[in-house]
Design a protein around this ligand. Structure first.
Ligand code: URA
Length: 423
């Protein structure tokens, strides 16, 4: 095989054969096809797209670059969830223990945040002692004994994606539906769960700002999951405003614990339950109502065991910021705009997120707001609290918030669950 033939075929709008796809993914992963040639192919895919058949083979080749886990020895159904990333999206934290409390094991291999959306592992690392790295044996033991694990993916999980994603990042080829779908689904299918629920975010704070593009991404990913034998459903959900009342690390852990204790913001509770119902249905347990496990404390029990199993202290105080700054409501009336992207950028600039993979994040950094869209506010009331360890970061965070707050404006908000895609 010749890499130039493969990339010329795609450049000219032709279809790649399964052999060509399998060969180039394997050869790029082992280093025999260099970055220059793969960059050209990615750009050709960006402009020409891929057929459904090509994409299924491409995704399978990415899975085959590593190991597909077999969780059948657990002896109980398994389900996982993936979010395409949003601001204040802490749903995995209450969701994984909730679903486990309902009898379905949740093997959740997560990532770290990049840019304005937070990463689940970064948030959990705000808990004193908690470790993201769990070895294979301990991973299976925790799934068996506790029912839920949220940890970092090892190097054997779709290694082709690690190289491809890094290359896409520097070649302007991230925003391609087939490349995003294969990247996400190769990792999620390799994780080995029986059922998968995708939370595809849409709106200013999401990867896909446009509802139609989000639907197409959702349909593409559901098709890939089903083709690989994983029962897959996607909810397309609102990210025109942030979720809950906080974005950052420790602040999102605190809010998740509130939800597990039976309180917390209504949108976080609603989305957690909607996703839990889909995960349980996918795993064949639609007879169980997750609202019961949330109300009677079983989900909180699993949370405490899950955190303890990974070295964390669920009772320890969470890190507090050295500096805070309050932004007040600009007028009295109904809060009609709280822009997700702006709040995400503010939290990021305060130190909650990273600009490069190697950067460290601050556990105490983040943003907390006292009112959500649709609620009444009074001019001058404290509305947004900025948390940081570094006061020099505050002016740039305030800058990010310019124009992000609207009172009595004509903004039209998306419903929390915009669409459901899947059987
Ligand atoms: N998340 C991924 O894992 N891959 C992408 O391509 C985009 C988001």
């Amino acid at each position: 095989m010749d890499a130039i033939d493969v990339l010329r075929t795609k450049r000219d709008g032709g279809r790649l054969t399964p052999e060509q796809i399998r060969w180039i993914i394997a050869a790029y992963t082992d280093g025999s096809v260099p970055d220059e040639q793969m960059s050209a192919l990615l750009m050709a895919v960006f402009f020409r797209g891929m057929s459904g058949d090509e994409l299924a083979v491409w995704t399978q080749a990415m899975i085959d670059s590593g190991e597909r886990k077999d969780l059948s020895s657990l002896g109980r159904p398994t389900a996982d969830k993936h979010s395409t990333g949003g601001v204040g999206d802490k749903i995995t934290l209450p969701l994984a223990p909730l679903v486990a409390a309902c009898g379905v094991a949740v093997p959740q291999l997560s990532g770290r945040g990049l840019g304005h959306t937070g990463g689940t592992l970064d948030k959990l690392e705000a808990i004193p002692g908690w470790r993201a790295d769990v070895h294979e044996e301990a991973y299976l033991r925790q799934l068996r004994e506790v029912g839920a694990v949220i940890c970092a993916a090892g190097n054997d999980l779709a290694p082709a994606d690690k190289k491809l994603y890094a290359l896409r990042d520097v070649t302007g080829t991230v925003e391609s539906i087939p490349l995003i779908a294969s990247s996400i689904m190769s990792k999620k299918i390799a994780e080995g769960a029986d059922a998968l629920v995708l939370d595809v975010k849409t709106g200013s704070g999401a990867f896909m700002k446009d509802v139609e593009a989000s639907r197409e991404l959702a349909r593409t990913m559901v098709g890939l999951g089903e083709a690989a034998g994983v029962r897959t459903v996607a909810l397309v959900t609102a990210m025109d405003r942030p979720l809950g009342r906080s974005a950052g690390n420790a602040v999102e852990v605190a809010e998740s614990v509130e939800v597990l204790a039976g309180g917390g913001p209504a949108d976080v509770v609603e989305l957690t339950l909607a996703l839990a119902r889909e995960m349980l249905a996918g795993a064949g347990r639609s007879d169980v109502d997750p609202a019961d496990a949330l109300a009677d404390g079983r989900a909180m029990d699993v949370w405490r065991r899950m955190i303890t199993a990974q070295g964390g202290d669920p009772d320890a105080a969470l890190p507090r910021p050295r500096e805070t700054h309050v932004v007040t409501a600009p007028a009295s009336g109904t809060l009609t705009r709280l822009d997700a992207f702006a709040l995400g950028v503010a939290a990021w600039r305060l130190g909650a997120g990273r600009a490069r993979k190697e950067d460290a994040v601050s556990a105490a950094a983040g943003v907390v707001w006292t009112a959500g869209v649709g609620e009444r506010v009074t001019a001058g009331q404290p509305l947004i609290e900025l948390h940081t360890d570094d006061p020099d970061r505050i002016p740039r965070a305030i800058e990010a918030l310019e124009g992000s707050i609207g009172v009595d404006t004509e903004d039209e908000l998306l419903p929390l669950v915009v669409d459901r895609i899947g059987a």
